[in-house]
Ligand binder design. Structure first.
Ligand code: KIV
Ligand code: NA
Length: 266
C-alpha cells in the first residue's frame, strides 16, 4: 500500500467516484480512519474548538497545530494528510504563506496544506503550488473570517453572491489548487461549481453533488453534543458511550470491584 496522492483524487473525479474526508488531530483516530479507508485526513484548525477549547478558530497557532499534524502523519499509512494553515499565518502575502506552508511540510510532515479564501489568496496559492506544495482551497463560509461574516452564515445565496462564489472557485483552480472545500453554500451553486471545475470539490453543508464530503470527526461520531449545524450527521453516540464507561469505572473503583485479582501483580 502507498499513500494517496492528489492525482488519485483527480482520477477519482474523472471516474465519478466519491470519497469521504474527516478531520483528525491525534494518533488513535488517525489510525482508525486510515484503516477504515478514508483517503484524505485534515488536521483542521478546527482543533482550536475541538481540541484546545477556544471559541473560534482565530486564536490557534502553527506552533499548536504542528504537533497534531506530526501525530496524524505518524499514525497513518495510506491517507493523504492535509495541514490547515491557521488564521494570521498566510494573509500577509505569498512570502508569509510560503514560510508557514514550508513549516507544515517540513516540521509537520504533511502532504498538502489548506488555506481559506478565494480570489484574495490566489497569489498565495500560486506561490505554494509553484514551490511544489499541494494546496487545498476553502471557500464559501470560512470560519477564520467569522467575525467579518457576523457568525455562521450560508454564503453564495442570491445571484450576485453565487457569481462571487463561482469566481472564487475559478480563481483557486486557476492558481493551482488540487481541490476546494465548499462550506455552507446552496446546493445548486455547489453543483454548478463541481460540474465546471476539473479539480474535486469537497462539501460541508454544500449538498449532495460535490465530489467529496468532509466532516469534523467529533461531529461524525457524536462526541460533540449540543446543537449541531444542519450539515452534521451523527454516525455513533461516542459521548454517551464514553460517559457510561467513565461512570462504570468510577463506580467499580468506589465499590472496590476494580482492580480484581486479574489486574493485580503478585
Ligand atoms: O478545520 C476544519 O475542520 C475544516 C473543515 C471542516 C473543512 O476546515
Ligand atoms: Na479549517
Amino acid at each position: 500500500t502507498r499513500r494517496v496522492r492528489t492525482r488519485d483524487l483527480l482520477a477519482a473525479k474523472q471516474r465519478g467516484d466519491r470519497w469521504a474526508m474527516l478531520t483528525s488531530y491525534d494518533q488513535y483516530t488517525a489510525g482508525i480512519f486510515d484503516a477504515a479507508g478514508i483517503p484524505v485526513l485534515l488536521v483542521g484548525d478546527s482543533a482550536a474548538n475541538n481540541v484546545f477549547g477556544y471559541e473560534t478558530t482565530v486564536p490557534v497557532t502553527a506552533d499548536e497545530l504542528l504537533p497534531l499534524v506530526r501525530a496524524v502523519v505518524r499514525a497513518t499509512k495510506t491517507a493523504l494528510i492535509v495541514g490547515d494553515l491557521p488564521f494570521g499565518s498566510y494573509e500577509e502575502g505569498p512570502t508569509q504563506a510560503l514560510r508557514t506552508a514550508v513549516r507544515f511540510m517540513k516540521e509537520g510532515g504533511c502532504h498538502a496544506v489548506k488555506l481559506e479564501g478565494g480570489r484574495r489568496v490566489s497569489g498565495q496559492i500560486s506561490a505554494l503550488t509553484g514551490a511544489g506544495i499541494p494546496v487545498m482551497a476553502h471557500i464559501g463560509f470560512t470560519p477564520q473570517s467569522e467575525h467579518a461574516f457576523g457568525g455562521y452564515r450560508v454564503q453564495g445565496r442570491g445571484d450576485r453572491a453565487a457569481e462571487e462564489l463561482v469566481a472564487d472557485a475559478r480563481a483557486v483552480a486557476e492558481a493551482g489548487a488540487f481541490a476546494v472545500v465548499l462550506e455552507m453554500v446552496p446546493g445548486e451553486v455547489a453543483t454548478q461549481i463541481t460540474k465546471e471545475l476539473s479539480i474535486p470539490t469537497v462539501g460541508i453543508g454544500a449538498g449532495p453533488d460535490t465530489d467529496a464530503q468532509v466532516m469534523v470527526w467529533q461531529d461524525m461520531a457524536g462526541l460533540r453534543t449540543g446543537k449541531a449545524p444542519r450539515f452534521v450527521k451523527h454516525y455513533a453516540d461516542l459521548a454517551t458511550v464514553l460517559g457510561e464507561a467513565t461512570r462504570r469505572f468510577a463506580d467499580e473503583v468506589r465499590g472496590g470491584e476494580f482492580p480484581a485479582a486479574e489486574h493485580t501483580f503478585s
